[in-house]
Write a protein that binds this ligand. Structure first.
Ligand code: WTA
Length: 699
């Protein structure tokens, strides 16, 4: 989730770091030899150059794109207001599509799309679009939008499933200069209405329904509900995906296919000013209403172009058959930057999959990788932890031989999950790029350049070119290497969000006020002796145990390293003695959970029978959950020290997560403290999870 202003609990104290992780993996020589950047020396020399003179560095990168008019000044910086490529004119859609469709790549596949449902022939529907076809479709839909009177600067909400038309919708808006506001297809009507009203959208693009885990998600019906409270919306465009009948209001609601049928396939791209808004994307913090972060055209284009090229080694002539699959939904920033804009600017072949990773079976992703020969796979730690929980048998059925590079984003990845990813998915052959960034940063900020930078499990490693992160105290003083602190970015970078829609003060206050002169990320981090960054979690989640301030990531990683644990979330509960007691919510690996459930029910059946105690200080039977709690507490104490020993362990089937898959520790903290949940839960994925946790709390 997005940054919050710093909570008052932040003291001048450093964050204590307790995680010890010494493994290091140099880039595989086979990878490096054909990569854009082939060695650490090459990375370091380019990085140093980019920091010595960021403006020249970024200007050089920008020259790879098509500009209608060159910029007159690379950066205009008036803290916190940055303008990049001042007076330049370009169009991101034309850089994504026209440049390839009108060049050598017209017949190259731009998008491979796979539907979720499996047809009667046992196969899912698959569609592909070449760059030439994408060019035509985007222009026709751009003309369709124009035919509704939508103009440059108008805001257009997009509430769709993962279909090729969703990508086309973004590109068409960018083409005519309409500002898109994508709302994740899992949000409810009131969340749509809030976002549409905040940015006064004139239209909503949606579909009849989408598919998710074998069910239909009635998108248009939810939009209809939202429309009762969205007076700014004049038009609704509906893509027919499932064919399930929907309500269409004449004069307001239009079928996508009707509009494009009467649209010409030629629509010149609008020359946009570098600083014209490209899109608004809402992120919800822990408090207050969601923030509409505004990204502008020039800087965002350059940032996503270059980070995609180097972090994912795309547009590499040695790998003309790359198929790039970022599993994020386009409703999140990861989908904006690394499903659509970054890869298409690089002329890549992008795979889009409509549905869930466990439909119809837990091996759907691996099946997709083998069938489409995916070479680069980018997913989230929450997904990786789910794969681990589901069991290796689903992975081992598939060859995964096409893969050459893996990535993760969204949360800190626990070292053991990283190792599993490397071994089971990457077969120890693929580098892993753990990419740290935020909705606000627009693009990747800290990540290993895969052919160049050796990786360490759990570390996002080193900064991207032109990016200067620093770990500091709340007063902005650098902390020594090895100590934890607040992660800030010292200088502006092209793809940074420019403001919060309609609330510039909030932008300034949230990101540029806490640590003087720097962009405050809201995350804790430490830098090790090699200059590697280790993200420690959100600072609003920090634990304070007996005066030691601990990031959640390190304690959770110790738990996840236990062979029986799948996922863990750690929070503090007020404690008279220690300040905070450590409460860990833990989910067990699939087969382990099942065997404990069996053991518990049989011991309940023959209660009274003598079972040997698991250890001297525990009277619990060896195979009971009580004894596992003891085992885990001791494990953590041994792995990272007694200070982090959980006082309380609670087992649960699932952890509460945001819809983008991040653990919501705030809710767990409330539950651990008060036994109830108060705050805003609109981004929560599964309300059932909270209900279950609460029951077990009471029980
Ligand atoms: C967290 C997603 C550690 C972090 C692109 C950040 C990470 C927030 C990583 C932004 C990573 C994302 N390692 N933490 N590789 N990637 N985060 O806005 O707390 O959805 O501030 O952007 O996710 O989340 P957002």
């Amino acid at each position: 989730m997005s940054s919050q202003s710093m909570p008052s609990s932040i003291s001048a104290q450093d964050l204590d770091s307790i995680l010890r992780e010494d493994r290091i993996f140099p880039p595989p020589p086979e990878f490096s030899s054909t990569a854009h950047i082939k060695s650490l020396a090459e990375y370091e020399s380019l990085y140093n150059r980019s920091i010595a003179d960021p403006e020249s560095f970024w200007a050089e990168a920008a020259r790879n794109l098509h500009w209608f008019q060159p910029w007159t000044k690379t950066l205009d910086w008036n803290l916190p207001w940055a303008k990049w490529f001042v007076n330049g004119k370009l169009n991101l859609c034309s850089n994504c599509v026209d440049r390839h469709a009108l060049g050598d790549n017209a017949e190259k596949t731009a998008i491979i799309w796979e539907a979720e449902p499996i047809g009667e022939d046992g196969q899912p529907e698959i569609r592909t679009l070449t760059y030439a076809q994408l060019h035509r479709e985007v222009q026709r839909f751009a003309n369709a939008l124009k035919s509704l009177g939508i103009q440059k600067g108008d805001r257009v909400a997009i509430y769709m499933g993962m279909t090729p038309e969703l990508a086309i919708a973004l590109l068409a808006c960018a083409r005519i200069g309409a500002v898109h506001n994508v709302i994740f297809g899992g949000f409810a009507a009131h969340a749509i209405a809030d976002r549409v009203n905040d940015s006064q959208c004139v239209a909503i693009l949606t579909q009849d329904s989408s598919y998710r885990r074998g069910s239909e998600v009635p998108l248009k019906r939810t939009v209809d509900e939202a429309l009762a409270n969205t007076p700014s919306v004049k038009h609704v465009v509906v893509l027919k995906r499932s064919g399930t009948p929907v309500n269409m209001q004449p004069g307001r609601d239009w079928w996508w296919h009707d509009l494009v049928a009467s649209s010409r396939p030629i629509c010149p791209a609008e020359p946009m000013d570098s600083e014209d808004p490209l899109y608004i994307l809402y992120t919800s913090g822990t408090t207050g209403k969601p923030k509409g972060l505004v990204h502008t055209t020039g800087g965002y284009s350059v940032g996503t172009y270059l980070t995609t090229r180097y972090c994912f080694d795309l547009d590499n002539p040695n790998h003309p058959n790359d198929v790039f699959w970022c599993t994020a939904d386009i409703g999140w920033v990861t989908g904006h930057s690394y499903v659509v804009y970054g890869p298409l600017q690089n002329g890549a072949t992008v795979l889009m999959y409509e549905g869930a990773p466990n439909y119809p079976g837990c091996d759907r992703f691996w099946d997709i990788i083998d069938r489409h020969k995916v070479t680069i796979f980018y997913t989230a730690p929450t997904a990786i932890r789910a794969f681990i929980k589901w069991g290796n048998e689903h992975v081992e059925k598939h060859s995964l031989a096409s893969l050459r590079l893996l990535g993760t984003v969204g949360e800190p990845i626990n070292p053991e999950a990283w190792m599993w990813y490397r071994e089971k998915i990457g077969h120890n052959r693929c580098p892993i790029v753990d990419t740290w960034w935020q909705t606000e940063t627009g693009g990747i900020m800290i990540a290993p350049i895969p052919g160049a930078v050796p990786t360490k499990p759990g570390s996002a490693t080193r900064p991207f070119f032109g990016i200067q992160p620093e770990v500091v105290t709340p007063e902005g003083k650098p902390v020594p290497k090895g100590s934890g602190g607040l992660l800030v970015i010292r200088k502006p970078w092209p793809s940074m969000a420019r403001t919060v829609w309609g609330d510039p003060e909030r932008y300034q206050k949230t990101y540029w006020s806490d640590v003087p002169g720097s962009y405050f990320t809201g995350d804790g981090a430490r830098q090790d002796a090699d200059g590697y960054y280790w993200l420690m979690g959100r600072v609003d989640d920090v634990l304070n145990v007996s005066g030691h301030r601990l990031g959640t990531m390190e304690v959770e990683s110790a738990l996840v390293a236990h062979p029986k644990v799948a996922e863990a979330a750690v929070v503090g509960r007020p404690d008279d003695l220690k300040g905070q007691a450590v409460v860990a919510f833990v989910t067990l690996e699939g087969h382990v959970a099942a065997s404990y459930a069996k053991a518990e029910s049989s011991s309940a059946a023959d209660h009274g029978s003598a079972t040997p105690a698991s250890s001297a200080d525990s009277a619990a039977p060896a195979n009971s959950l009580e004894s596992l709690k003891d085992e885990l507490k001791k494990w953590v104490a041994k792995e990272i020290g007694p200070i982090a020993r959980p006082d309380d362990i609670r087992f649960t089937d699932a952890l509460p997560k945001t819809r983008s898959g991040k653990i919501m520790r705030r809710l767990l903290r409330e539950l651990a403290t008060h036994g109830e949940i108060k705050g805003d839960t609109t981004t929560l994925e599964d309300f059932q999870v909270i209900a279950k946790l609460r029951e077990s709390d009471e029980g």
